[in-house]
Design a protein around this ligand. Structure first.
Ligand code: ZN
Length: 405
């Protein structure tokens, strides 16, 4: 079990190294961007490991439950052994007592026959009509012919009979208790096995989840790198004669953006530019279904869906598709060479095609939660993680959209 977790951990490290190397190869040009990506991958891995250690705790608590069941089964086994020993002893004692009683009974028979043959009273009749030995003894007291030897013998036999009854009772009780202990043990064993099963299922799920999450992160990195490259090529191919100013330039061409969700402003940003490492845009959290509009007039250069294995649901909890990375997203090239990007749109909501010209404020899609969003949408929370992710690139470099809104 521990081995399995260790294996998963080694696998995660290996994937991280691969991810980091891929990132290195793709963006050697920009060392800042590279560092951000490495940090982002490290952060993502930290998240995975945090999730993992939380799950490990649960596995540990199941293990301590298993240990408890095992130790109570062990103590039940000890009790069973003790009872079996006591039964064995009592059975031997019973055999011995029975033998003594039988011998005395034989002796008494002989004595009674002797008295009967010699005497006048029907002792044998009396014995047959007496309900117990005690009654027989008390009847005997009335008979003067009876010797003290006979009385002693009868008393001893009565005592032996009582002892035999007691031992029999003890044996019966011990056997009952054994039955109880056995069924208790059976119950504990059942619980032990079901807890073991639960634990194993949890470990399988855990390693599967960690693996899936790591794969999703690695896929997102690959997608981002590919999209970066595409947008860089588009930007290079569409360089205006007068290049636009950078983040510090403040030239007129870098102004004139509106908020991509009408009615909202930069005050509604829920996660800022590099709000966490690697976050090269801003998020407008919530707002599921609201219109997303072009922040500035331009030409659509990307309008597509990245399908993958992160499921999405409608408001009734029915699965309506599986996505990855940016999910449903659009990129618009503006006249000054800047590019805006809008991600995680509602399934099927994109309203513009590549090559289409759009005016500032024109609806391009609706806010959704497709692709790599947190928290992941679930059937019970179909709008989980909904937000618009918005980026601005100037000269192929991501800039803080807050400064342009
Ligand atoms: Zn974002």
């Amino acid at each position: 079990m521990k081995k399995m977790l260790k294996k998963t951990f080694i696998l995660l490290i290996a994937i991280t190294i691969i991810v980091t190397n891929t990132t290195l190869a793709v963006s050697q040009k920009d060392s800042t961007d590279l560092q951000n990506k490495i940090n982002e991958a490290k952060d993502d891995l930290k998240d995975v490991n945090n999730n993992k250690s939380e799950a490990e705790k649960q596995v540990d608590s199941l293990q301590s439950q298993i240990d408890k069941y095992q130790s109570s089964i062990d103590s039940l086994n000890d009790k069973l052994d003790d009872l079996n020993n006591s039964i064995e002893e009592n059975e031997a004692k019973l055999k011995e007592k029975q033998k003594e009683y039988d011998e005395n009974s034989e002796l008494l028979d002989e004595r009674l026959i002797t008295i009967y043959e010699a005497g006048t009273v029907s002792y044998l009749d009396m014995l047959l009509t007496s309900s117990s030995l005690v009654e027989f003894i008390s009847n005997y007291y009335l008979i003067t012919e009876l010797t003290s030897y006979d009385l002693d013998l009868l008393e001893q036999m009565d005592k032996e009979k009582k002892e035999i009854e007691e031992i029999k009772q003890t044996l019966e009780n011990d056997k009952k208790e054994i039955e109880n202990l056995k069924s208790e043990k059976e119950q504990k064993t059942k619980e032990l096995n079901s807890t073991k099963k639960e634990k194993e299922g949890y470990i399988d799920e855990l390693s599967g989840e960690a693996k899936q999450l790591q794969e999703d992160i690695a896929q997102f990195e690959r997608d981002k790198a590919a999209i970066d490259k595409r947008l860089e090529e588009i930007a290079n191919a569409n360089k205006p004669s007068k290049p636009s100013g950078g983040s510090g330039g403040g030239s007129s061409s870098s102004k004139g953006y509106i908020c991509p969700i009408p009615g909202l402003s930069k005050a509604n940003i829920t996660c800022g530019f590099y709000g966490y490492s690697g976050h090269g845009g801003v998020d407008f959290g919530g707002n599921y279904g609201k219109s997303v509009v072009a922040a500035k007039s331009g030409k659509v250069v990307i309008s597509e869906t990245l399908t993958g294995n992160i499921p999405n649901y409608d408001s009734n909890g029915n699965k309506i598709g599986s996505y990855r990375s940016y999910g449903e997203y659009i990129a618009i090239l503006h006249d000054d060479g800047a590019i805006t990007l809008y991600a995680h749109g509602k399934p099927g909501s994109r309203k513009v095609k590549v090559g289409q010209k759009v005016k500032q404020g024109q609806q391009i899609m609706n806010v959704g939660n497709t692709g790599n969003v947190q928290p992941r949408p679930t059937p019970s929370n179909p709008r989980g993680g909904a937000h618009l992710h918005f980026e601005i690139r100037i000269n192929g470099v991501r800039v803080n959209p807050e400064k342009y809104l």
